[in-house]
Design a protein around this ligand. Sequence first.
Ligand SMILES: Cc1cc2nc3c(=O)[nH]c(=O)nc-3n(C[C@H](O)[C@H](O)[C@H](O)COP(=O)(O)O)c2cc1C
Length: 370
Amino acid sequence: MSMLFSPYALGPLQLSNRIAIAPMCQYSAIEGIATDWHMIHLGNLALSGAALLIIEATAVVPEGRISPLDLGLWSDAHAEALEPIVRAVRRHSPIKIAVQLAHAGRKASSEAPWEGGANIPPDQERGWQTLAPSAVPHAQGETVPLALDREGLARVRDGFVAAAIRSSALGLDAIEIHGAHGYLLHQFLSPLANRRDDEYGGSLENRMRFPLEVFAAVRAAAPGMTVGMRISATDWVEGGWEIEQSVRFAQELKQLGCDFIHVSSGGVSPAQQISLGPGYQIAFAGRIRKETGMPTIGVGLITEPEHAESILQDGQADVVALARAMLFDPRWPWHAAAKLGDQVFAPPQYWRSQPREHKALFGETRLGQR
Ligand SMILES: Cc1cc2nc3c(=O)[nH]c(=O)nc-3n(C[C@H](O)[C@H](O)[C@H](O)COP(=O)(O)O)c2cc1C
């Protein structure tokens, strides 16, 4: 039996295999409210055979959206729009569902990528004033964010807490706090974005303070749920946030009852020099896992089942997450199971689909049995 298709407990959450679907913004919500696109998109991915589906970056306050089209969870109406989608997924798939709770900070108020992704200035109709640790723009010529004051920090933290409570009430299985890709919590961590001179800036301890406060508040608001954080292990910029600091941060999160670290990288500076290649972030996950003992999710250009299997065998991650490969081939886990000679969930409606040589692929993986 492969490791990829072996069960794993991510905190209190039992996963049937080690494949997660990484969070992917869909830019298809209206005022943060889920639409029929989310039903189709998440419904499709729910039949993939992956063990965990992480719903896209979901804004905890309206000004925390990357674009005007981002999903949100800042009111009960937002939760009500997600409820039938969660119910439908539950009815037809054993996949576990996480949500990524997010605040984009100074990278908010932007166009969707297919509209060019440009920063929308606050004086334009679709734009708004962005907020950040410091009044430092993401890139030259972009909106200068307002530095969050005490009241602003409390509003952000309370937004995360309220969204966590709604996630729990929706019956979601896990929360991933977005601390990566140059969004608000990463902006606090990185000296490239955080120039504060109060207790939330300067030393590593101070820069970690707000993200840790948010984590602790969410942890307390969702008892019994798996709660983890996605981080950028490095900024890929000289003098920026780097792997040694990520290890320290993971140790601090562990003390606070964090169930997993999802290890990504980059996003805080246009000066980043990323060395891209298959599994380019996996060594960071491996190091955090080894040095902290934290369960890790590895991600980034994992496209081959054998590669995913070797990452797990080598002890570099406990779970692998895929984003683009899952959109390109939403049955990736089926094909991986076929290749590795394993079994995977498929709904009974599709049980006649597999080629003859993979007759046993779907085994007895009925709903309710996993
Ligand atoms: C369409 C798309 C949307 C994405 N949206 C998010 C997001 O909402 N939150 C996040 O943390 N990462 C997001 N990412 C990054 C992915 O989760 C993932 O880390 C990245 O694509 C690398 O994995 P891959 O090589 O398997 O695609 C997005 C990526 C894509 C392609």
